[in-house]
Design a protein around this ligand. Sequence first.
Ligand SMILES: NC(=O)c1ccc[n+]([C@@H]2O[C@H](COP(=O)([O-])OP(=O)(O)OC[C@H]3O[C@@H](n4cnc5c(N)ncnc54)[C@H](OP(=O)(O)O)[C@@H]3O)[C@@H](O)[C@H]2O)c1
Length: 325
Amino acid sequence: MPGSQFSVLQEDVCVPSRRVLVTGATGLLGRAVCREFQNSGWWVVGTGYRRARPRLLRCDLLDEDAVRTLVHDYKPDVIVHCAAERRPDVVERHTEAAVNLNVHATATLAKEAAGSGVFFLYISTDYVFDGRNPPYGEDDSPNPLNLYGRSKLEGERETLRHCPGAAVLRVPVLYGEVEFVAESAVTALWPRVQEGAAESCTLDHCLQRFPTDARDVAAVCRKLSERGIQDRSIRGIFHFSAKERMSKYEMAVAMAQAFNLPSSHLIPLTEQPAGSAVRPVNSELNCSRLELLGLSVEPRPFRAAITDCLWPFLPDKRWRQTVFH
Ligand SMILES: NC(=O)c1ccc[n+]([C@@H]2O[C@H](COP(=O)([O-])OP(=O)(O)OC[C@H]3O[C@@H](n4cnc5c(N)ncnc54)[C@H](OP(=O)(O)O)[C@@H]3O)[C@@H](O)[C@H]2O)c1
């Protein structure tokens, strides 16, 4: 029985006919993708690596034989490939390991998907663009500024080379239901917001970002997959992004306002910090292809969605009780 050598995330008594394999299921986006497909009646198998827990498969995607066995045994209709090294500064420091995961493991999965007739969905990033001429359409020329963006672009190319029927979904910076606040570059701002008036804190006000809730991306992944397994013209590159443009400084101020906290200690910084990987100034994505196909979702407003994601990290339980219960 497919998947029998592994524990599965969900196996209904009446096994649904559609199966999805989600890589990176222990990560921010992968968790949301698993939940979204489960809630829509798919049979879901999620893989993780260091954080794989009893209900997820542990599979090192750098192990080609393990990847082949996984796809062969499980026989999914769809693979949503979320696993990646997505921290630009880590990619600069550990480039070989990151390229192995972001490029070579992607190529292995894409080959297996093509060989098995699986709809392959590769998650990519707005960092494939240099940010000098936004907004970017799917056909605009990428020109990544850092090694992370380059590795993800290579991952896209390997995907489409080995699996021409695949889809690539580019998304901007993500936040969502995090296990710890540092898990997303957006929720990572929360401790600095909470510092309050005690200490002033400089935050980037130079790079324009479009913080997007992972739950919205997950819904787009499901819609793309459901259409993709029926309609083989659903292939190539797609963009999805929330519409609110914000610097990190503006995100932090919005968080402070949402929780009625002071924000006067937050100081906008208008130069990129030295010593970290160069990021695009504004890599806004034009998302019209998805919208025209009816495969988009209305992005959650930032203020409401970030409140949702941060409330488990509120130290003041009385506030939580007053506002949410
Ligand atoms: N987060 C963002 O702001 C953002 C923005 C744009 C695009 N993206 C893209 O969205 C996708 C998902 O990102 P994310 O934020 O969800 O990433 P994440 O939270 O950092 O999760 C990364 C996942 O990759 C898995 N992984 C790492 N090494 C592995 C290996 N050798 N074998 C198998 N799995 C391995 C991790 O498993 P363990 O933790 O269990 O080891 C984890 O599940 C990525 O493709 C990323 O490039 C993310």
